[in-house]
Design a protein around this ligand. Structure first.
Ligand SMILES: [Zn+2]
Length: 238
């Protein structure tokens, strides 16, 4: 189980995404500035996923690494992997913003924050998983959304070829555009397989990204307050 409280976080030092615009660095790793690639926040593909094509590709991959795709242990692998990818990338055909359409009029105008929303996504550079938690909060402006909807948004945004930086600001932008809150904040903490099992091999490393909108961007004390909540002590789990 992913437990971010086990890490000693220096949030300010690790802030990667929020206000920086440094996309110039090229690296083999998945840690870099925001990308300006295809923005899939609201977009969904209409073309169905092509399972037979994926099966052929997996078979080809196995053959290319020198394996025998016809040996017994691998016979079912291409179809299994194809179905797995269809699941892992199911968010490409969903519009996460729809979860934020049903709102409730509410006087409450203080912070709403859901912490530790677990997710797993696939880094689009290596097609390896990155796994972690998202913290999603907003300051309502007369309307609130069901708490589980925030988790649904995280879930669907994560089920695409992703980079953590883009995922972070996609969620923040969805909150901002659908709820028109006074402020929105998203912090994501994740461990990237492409940094732990290959390349530089740094198990235990944690990448933190944040995106702040509205009041959290302009008002430093509001931002400090919400960050204190996000990184504050967790209640003891039973
Ligand atoms: Zn990667």
């Amino acid at each position: 189980m992913f437990q971010p409280q086990q890490y000693n976080l220096d949030f300010n030092r690790d802030l990667r995404v929020s206000l920086s615009d440094d996309a110039s660095e090229t690296t083999d790793d998945c840690v870099h500035g925001p990308t300006s690639g295809v923005d899939r926040e609201g977009a969904s593909l209409t073309k169905p996923v092509d399972l037979p094509r994926m099966e052929r590709a997996v078979k080809e991959l196995l053959a290319a690494v020198g394996e025998d795709p016809e040996r017994e242990g691998l016979l079912e692998t291409p179809s299994r992997v194809a179905r797995m990818y269809a699941e892992l990338f199911s968010g490409l055909r969903l519009e996460p913003g729809r979860h934020l359409k049903k709102v409730f009029a509410e006087e409450y105008d203080e912070l709403v924050l859901v912490r530790d929303i677990t997710f797993n996504s696939m880094c689009e550079h290596h097609l390896l998983p990155f796994i972690g938690v998202a913290h999603v909060g907003y300051l309502p402006r007369g309307k609130v959304v069901g708490l589980s909807k925030l988790a649904r948004v995280v879930e669907e945004v994560s089920k695409r070829p992703q980079v953590q930086e883009r995922m972070t600001h996609q969620i923040a932008d969805l909150l901002q555009s659908e709820l028109d809150p006074k402020g929105a904040v998203v912090v994501i903490e994740a461990s990237h397989s492409c940094m732990t099992i290959r390349g530089i091999r740094k198990p235990g490393s944690l990448t933190i990204t944040s995106a702040v909108r509205g009041l959290f961007k302009t008002n430093t004390s509001s931002r400090a307050e919400v960050m204190a909540f996000i990184h504050g002590p967790r209640p003891r789990q039973a």
